[in-house]
Design a protein around this ligand. Structure first.
Ligand code: C5P
Length: 407
């Protein structure tokens, strides 16, 4: 996506560095337009370094490429954070005396604005009227939050945290092709206790599963996300989403009962969690002590295959998606393993990815093939975990549409 981030002259400008970073890390092409006043707070060099694109404030720079309108024309999304009272007034009036102003007049992309100012300025009738005008024009106003302000005072006026602005921006952008669809997603890795302090676990961070849940919710689905030991930041972004209900579990048995219950009324179930295939036969009530010089033998018993169980008991019309992390480097053999696994488990779709010591796990990016009925590779995608998630939903939406058309 081509994202323009406008930054106006408020102290919260320093927080927008993180906003830009988040967009860049998610794989977007980000162009920052600071106002002249914004540069008092964070300099041009920082914006260029973080966005990895040239930054100017003036309509008189880069004139050959008609920059005063080209950024607005190219934008898929414009986010202005922080937005000062002065910016709101200028934009409500349609003023275009700087690059941000001309860009906003030249764009048809969705615009997200995060105001930040002192409470008195936010509550002034002029600002209220400007906000109402912008809302009427379809501008998405995010915040401001109620909290501590720069002067030591407190009240509404504090800029919404950048992570939340980024989440809302992604929601604004997403197609709403999953509106009304009930989705269950499992994410993370189960842990099977040996005793009160130790467990058998795996390296899943849960980021891919959370990305699947966020993408679905952004596209309008109502999501139950079942998380097993998901990395804190990923879990927090899911919890912030108004259409995601998060349930925490620990072991494979917990996961099975929560997902099983949630799946009853679901249209789509995505098992992205790495579920332990085994658990210890008898969990010790006390910490296992090293009493001799000998090794230790643990007796493991198999956990049920939750995905296979869900597929066998699925209600009519439910779509079931599995994930398979494989260490097979040969592409054909990897796909073959995926085909067999999809058949064996009875899933409609199986997302296969190659993992290894430094691949897949705990990484921001992923590369997958999605295998459908008949063993066909219906999509192959390399990119951020969010991009993979959206590619998966594209496949699910198409499959459900063509099935509905047949029925
Ligand atoms: O067999 P494998 O563990 O590679 O299968 C992965 C898929 O099966 C994932 O979708 C995972 O969530 C699911 N699974 C399961 N129950 C298990 C093991 C894996 O649902 N006991």
């Amino acid at each position: 996506m081509f994202i323009v981030v406008g930054v106006t002259g408020g102290i919260a400008a320093y927080k927008s560095v993180h906003l830009v970073r988040r967009f860049v890390k998610a794989g977007h092409d980000v162009h920052v337009i600071p106002t002249d006043d914004a540069l008092w707070f964070v300099g041009l060099t920082t914006w260029e370094a973080i966005s990895r694109n040239p930054v100017t404030t003036s309509v008189h720079d880069d004139v050959a490429r008609v920059r005063h309108v080209s950024l607005g024309q190219s934008a898929d999304l414009v986010v202005v954070a922080p937005a000062t009272a002065n910016f709101l007034a200028k934009t409500a009036a349609g003023l275009a005396d700087d690059l941000l102003g001309t860009t906003l007049l030249a764009t048809t992309a969705p615009v997200v604005v995060a105001p930040a100012m002192h409470t008195e300025m936010w509550q002034h009738p002029a600002t209220r009227a400007n906000i109402a005008t912008l809302r009427d024009r379809g501008v998405h106003i995010v915040g401001p939050a109620d909290g501590e302000l720069t002067g030591g005072d407190s009240g509404p006026g504090r800029m919404t945290e950048p992570d939340e602005i980024a989440d809302i921006a992604m929601t604004v952008l997403a197609p709403k092709d999953l509106a009304g669809v009930r989705v269950v997603v499992s994410a993370g890795g189960t842990r099977e206790p040996l005793d009160p302090v130790r467990y058998i676990g795996n390296r899943s961070s849960g980021r891919q599963g959370v990305a699947v849940a966020l993408a679905a919710a952004d596209r309008g689905a109502d999501v139950t996300l079942v998380v097993a030991h998901v990395e804190t930041e990923a879990a927090a972004s899911a919890r912030r989403h108004p259409r995601i209900q998060t349930v925490e579990v620990g072991t494979a048995a917990d996961l099975q009962s929560v997902v099983g219950a949630a799946a009853v009324g679901a249209d789509v179930v995505v098992m992205a969690a790495a579920v332990s295939d085994y658990r210890v036969a008898a969990v010790s009530d006390t910490k296992l002590a090293k009493e001799t010089d000998d090794g230790l033998t643990l007796e493991l018993v198999q956990n049920p295959d939750i995905l296979a169980g869900l597929a066998a008991a699925r209600p009519d019309g439910q779509t079931i998606v599995g994930f398979a992390a494989e260490t097979e480097p040969d592409r054909e053999r990897l796909l073959e393993r995926g085909r067999r696994k999809r058949e064996r488990k009875g899933a409609d779709l199986l997302v296969v990815n190659e993992v290894g010591w430094s691949r897949g796990f705990e990484q921001p990016d992923n590369a997958v093939a999605i295998i459908g009925h008949g063993g066909h590779v219906v999509a192959e995608r390399r990119g951020s975990k969010r991009e993979i998630a959206d590619a998966l939903w594209d496949v699910v939406v198409t499959a459900r549409r063509s099935r509905n058309a047949r029925e």
